[in-house]
Ligand binder design. Structure first.
Ligand code: FES
Length: 387
């Protein structure tokens, strides 16, 4: 799929484009994957700029387009983006908290050919949903779920799992069933961005995880094919790393609200220069830019990845996780039990087995994703943790 990085050429295509069309969001989720310093980034791309990017990516072979954020519905032009990109031949997916999805808008999306709406819930209980997002949105989301069914979209529900809600897994699955969900993604928190800041409050214990998997499997046995349930295990509990993004610059192109093109959601944190779609066309970005070629192939790898027989399957894991935890993105992802820095993972896992304060106390200390905290984090000296 991809050639070695040294000649700056690739035969891969950006099949999947994810457009973070805005960093604005009415929610304040403690596990948000947007950069913690999002508040410092400049103006959002205009409608015309987005359409040019989508056209160029389509010419390069892109077929699937995710409109995400922030909360994409904060922008007024989503209807135009949907209608124009489906005409280009994209399968378009809206990734939303549901806030801002009125009947008028969903009717326009249907008319425009939107393929799928992925709705996120924070929990099955109003109390925890509203606490985790720092909003009163549970009832609103429930109404949106009904609208999605009414407009005959498949119900695709996403719930991020972590220490504070994983024990509600049975109720979360019952809620999904009552809503008539066809697909449920139970995605255990991956520790990047805001979730990394809150890692000690969000990491589940092994016991919690095993219970959740058992209940999910029992539920699957009961409902059969009626509902597809995906349970994404947190990689801290794995002994081999995930094949992040199916390889660097292999199939995935992420474009941020202000136009930065990235090979994954989190790469903005890396000490690399990434191109902006305002300055370059998508073909140059994908094929020629140093950022997209940095970790293609295996020339960049260090031991133990370089001679590891599994490197063609997992590509050495996640570059962003390697950088976050070891300070060098060319190191093996510490999740791998062959990685010299694997102890950084096992130490966190050991901490998670210890009793933690109840949710009512965590509320006082957990870091919510909001502009004030983001501005604070943007000016943080890396040696001084935010208080
Ligand atoms: Fe960036 Fe894994 S999130 S490579």
């Amino acid at each position: 799929m991809q050639t070695a990085g040294s000649d700056n050429k690739t035969t891969s295509k950006p099949h999947w484009v994810n457009a973070e069309i805005t960093y604005q969001c009415p929610l304040h989720c403690v596990f948000c994957y947007n950069p913690v310093d999002y508040a410092k980034y400049g103006p959002e791309l205009t409608t015309d700029e987005w359409l040019r990017v989508f056209r160029e990516a389509r010419e390069l072979g892109a077929v699937q387009l995710g409109l995400s954020g922030g909360e994409p519905l904060q922008r007024k032009d989503v209807e135009v983006l949907v209608a124009e990109t489906t005409k280009m031949g994209y399968y378009v997916n809206l990734i939303t908290s549901g806030i801002g999805l009125t009947e008028k808008r969903i009717a326009a999306f249907k008319e425009g050919g939107l393929g799928q709406i992925q709705l996120s819930f924070q929990d099955s209980t109003r109390e925890m949903n509203d606490f985790l997002s720092s909003t009163r949105t549970f009832d609103l989301k429930s109404k949106v779920a009904k609208l999605i069914k009414q407009y005959e979209y498949p119900m695709v529900l996403n719930v991020v799992l972590h220490r504070l809600n994983i024990d509600h897994i049975g109720q979360i699955l019952e809620m999904a069933e009552a809503m008539g969900a066809e697909h449920v993604e139970l995605a255990n928190t991956q520790f990047y961005a805001w979730a990394f800041e809150n890692r000690k409050h969000l990491m589940p214990s092994r016991e919690q995880l095993e219970r959740a998997e058992r209940i999910t499997n029992e539920f699957r046995d009961r409902v059969g094919n009626k509902m597809k349930v995906y349970f994404v295990v947190p990689d801290y509990y794995a002994d081999r790393p995930k094949a992040c993004m199916n390889g660097w610059g292999a199939v995935f192109l992420n474009v941020t609200a202000d136009g930065m093109a990235l090979p994954c959601h989190e790469a903005r944190m890396l000490p690399l220069e990434f191109p902006n779609v305002r300055d370059h066309d998508v073909r140059w970005i994908w094929e020629e830019s140093p950022g997209f070629n940095a970790y293609r192939g295996d020339d960049w790898m260090q031991e133990p990845c370089r001679t590891c027989p599994e490197k063609t399957k997992d590509f050495g894991g996640c570059r962003c996780q390697a950088f976050m935890l070891t300070g060098d993105a060319t190191n093996a992802d510490p999740v791998c039990d062959k990685a010299p820095a694997h102890h950084l993972i096992t130490e966190q896992v050991a901490l998670a087995q210890k009793p933690q304060p109840p949710a009512s106390e965590v509320k006082q200390v957990i870091l919510f994703r909001d502009d004030k905290n983001s501005r604070k984090l943007a000016t943080r000296d890396s040696t001084t943790p935010i208080s």
